[in-house]
Design a protein around this ligand. Structure first.
Ligand code: SPV
Ligand code: MN
Length: 625
């Protein structure tokens, strides 16, 4: 029976909705956190448009979002110091006796649960809590993962509407069988700008034992949108036990000859072009951030866990990102966050077309050109991590398979990071283990360099998933390696590098060149073209790229450019192997031997090439061998 607390605290209309879900565990959980967090009001959100509209309207009424001049467009601000994922205070709670690598932030389970329950006591005082039900992945599918979220932020609840598939009816359908994730979030006390005030008590705690995530005293989406990076950590743990993958990956359809569509997944660390890759204008988008991958009938199949985009807005302009640009200027429902709102109710961000307005309101409050922060640094027109939230249904390039319960068959997987001097623009692995180890598990990304030409600091980020790992790195890599077992057809694995620079620090490629790389990868995944066996993988032949550059971009691809971009940089590649081996030896618990073997083979290939051709090798040398 539904507990008495629920009956007491929830008015009868809301209570009747909850009663439709036959799941005592769910009711008990909700009762427990209503009692602890002590909200003034409870709203249960079903999949009905009326309920969803209620939340949308509250966001503006309670000031968490401001209506802009354009209909359906609103803006939300997070606290000036709450603009990104809080890695330091995001912790996996460890039961006694379990260990994770140093690179994964953890805390002892029992003490941390006590702490978070203390922080959350009465935290929703005077506020309304929204109880929401969603489904990660398509509904009615092997991939479906139901999630229940309680939050006192209408902004969070509204964002989730744009980003996730409604799941109330899925909960009703699954009843007592639902193996759901539970997220409890409170923005905590708000200041006069309606942003979280008690950032010193900001916490994101992940309890793998009970599949619960607690998030407190924060509003930034990456810390609060329970179905995004919070559920991702629970899903990685669940997938590990069951043999499927949760990846920080886009999913896209790459369109080849004769109407062939080959699906690709792609992993990139944040701010490395993942969203703009998923939105390439010749292709179709399935998802831009998180994918579940499962094996079915000897093939790898993937789904987009989400159905919307929480994308970085910095640098979006009409020329480089025409599709996103058009969507942002359409009447679609959009939440902008942490950009500039002009006095006329317009918006501006770093890198947008047109003049920067003189003044307005942004993530720092009242803003004017030249305004400085407390440390004397000029505050830009928008935060570098400022975002837009929008449902994918607003994109003409949306792939028709988005909600297919079977997902899409994966033909290729791509790994890429910010790398100024080592990897060629695109290469294909010799096979599954080589790709997983030498590309995925060796992924690094550079922080942007302050001085021209100077190298950034490289950050190790296996599969771009390090921030979200809830299992030992060793287990995660083994899970990836073993994933190929029993496959009839392995996806081809590629590595891309959009950020290669010349000696003077200028990029060697233009942003649109990536359109060509994916067309080539599509041909390779179907074995339509040959490639050159270089020591670090298979690279494109000049003739194939020349043809594609002409077809795709109407550009003449010069031989000198090819030679420069695709030359094998032996010294840098060996230095990278040294770095990666050292990390796996010293910072990762019991890294699998196969990892060292694959890297050693690659080193040997590089060394023997160096003997013949020197440190920088023209790609066509390998054509002759
Ligand atoms: C990322 O940082 O990888 C994002 C945004 O996709 S967040 O929701 O903050 O994780
Ligand atoms: Mn992401």
């Amino acid at each position: 029976m539904i507990s008495n607390i629920l009956k007491e605290k929830i008015d009868s209309e809301q209570y009747e909705k909850l009663k439709r879900i036959d799941n005592p565990e769910l009711h008990e959980f909700i009762a427990k956190y209503i009692e602890l967090c002590n909200p003034a009001k409870v709203f249960v959100c079903t999949d009905d448009e009326e309920d969803i509209r209620y939340i949308r309207e509250v966001t503006v009424k309670n000031g968490e979002e401001i209506q802009l001049a354009a209909p359906n467009h609103t803006i939300h601000f997070d606290n000036y110091f709450d603009q990104a994922r809080d890695k330091q205070n995001t912790k996996i709670l460890l039961p006694e006796g379990i260990k994770l690598d140093k690179a994964i932030n953890t805390a002892p389970r029992k003490e941390s649960l006590d702490e978070i329950h203390e922080i959350m006591k009465d935290i929703m005082n005077g506020k309304e809590v929204y109880i929401r039900f969603f489904c990660l992945g398509p509904t009615n599918s092997e991939f479906s993962q139901p999630v229940m979220q309680m939050t006192d932020s209408a902004y969070v609840a509204h964002s989730e509407d744009l980003l996730y598939r409604q799941g109330f009816e899925e909960f009703v359908r699954q009843g007592r069988n639902a193996r759901f994730f539970k997220i409890v979030h409170s923005a905590g006390e708000l200041d006069e700008r309606n942003t979280s005030k008690n950032l010193g008590r900001r916490r994101v705690y992940i309890d793998l034992e009970e599949n619960i995530v607690y998030s407190a005293n924060t509003q930034y989406g990456g810390n609060t949108i329970g179905l995004k990076k919070l559920s991702m950590r629970l899903a990685i743990n669940r997938g590990y036990k069951e043999g499927w993958l949760t990846e920080h990956m886009l999913v896209m359809g790459v369109h080849g000859p004769n109407n062939r569509v080959t699906y690709f997944t792609g992993a990139f660390p944040s701010l490395c072009g993942k969203t703009s890759t998923s939105m390439l204008d010749n292709e179709t988008v399935v998802g831009d951030d998180i994918a579940y991958l499962r094996k079915k009938d000897g093939r790898v199949r993937a789904v987009n866990v989400e159905k919307g985009i929480f994308g970085i807005i910095m640098g979006v302009n009409s020329e480089d990102d025409p599709i996103i640009w058009d969507a942002l200027h359409s009447p679609a429902e959009i939440i902008f966050s942490n950009i500039l709102m002009t006095p006329e109710g317009g918006v501006h961000w770093i890198g947008k077309d047109g003049e920067i307005p003189e003044k307005g309101v942004n993530h720092c409050g009242e803003w004017y050109k030249g305004k400085k922060d407390e440390s004397g640094n000029e505050i830009p027109v928008s935060h570098r991590n400022a975002r837009f939230t929008i449902d994918l249904k607003n994109f003409d390039n949306l792939d028709p398979t988005l909600n297919d319960p079977k997902g899409v068959e994966v033909g290729g997987m791509v790994y890429g990071g910010r790398d100024s001097d080592t990897w060629v623009p695109i290469k294909e692995a010799f096979g599954w283990a080589h790709g997983i180890i030498a590309y995925g598990a060796s992924l690094e990304s550079e922080t942007t360099a302050a001085t021209l030409g100077k190298e950034g600091v490289r950050k190790f980020n296996p599969m771009s998933n390090l921030d979200f790992l809830s299992i030992p790195i060793r287990d995660y890599i083994n899970l990836n390696l073993d994933f190929a077992k029993g496959l009839e057809k392995e996806p081809s694995i590629f590595a891309v590098n959009y950020f290669l620079k010349d000696k003077n620090g200028n990029f060697l490629n233009s942003r649109e060149d990536k359109k060509v790389w994916y067309k080539w990868a599509e041909l390779r995944a179907n074995r339509d073209v040959d490639a050159i066996d270089a020591p670090t993988g298979r690279i494109p032949k000049y003739e194939d790229l020349k043809k594609l550059f002409k077809e795709v971009l109407n550009k003449d691809f010069a031989k000198e450019d090819y030679n420069e971009q695709f030359k094998i940089r032996v010294k840098e590649n060996i230095a990278k192997i040294d770095r990666i081996e050292e990390i796996y030896r010293t910072q990762v618990m019991d890294a699998p031997q196969v990892l060292f073997d694959v890297l050693e083979e690659q080193r040997k290939r590089l060394l023997s090439a160096r003997e013949k051709y020197g440190d920088y090798i023209n790609p066509e040398e390998f054509k002759k061998t």
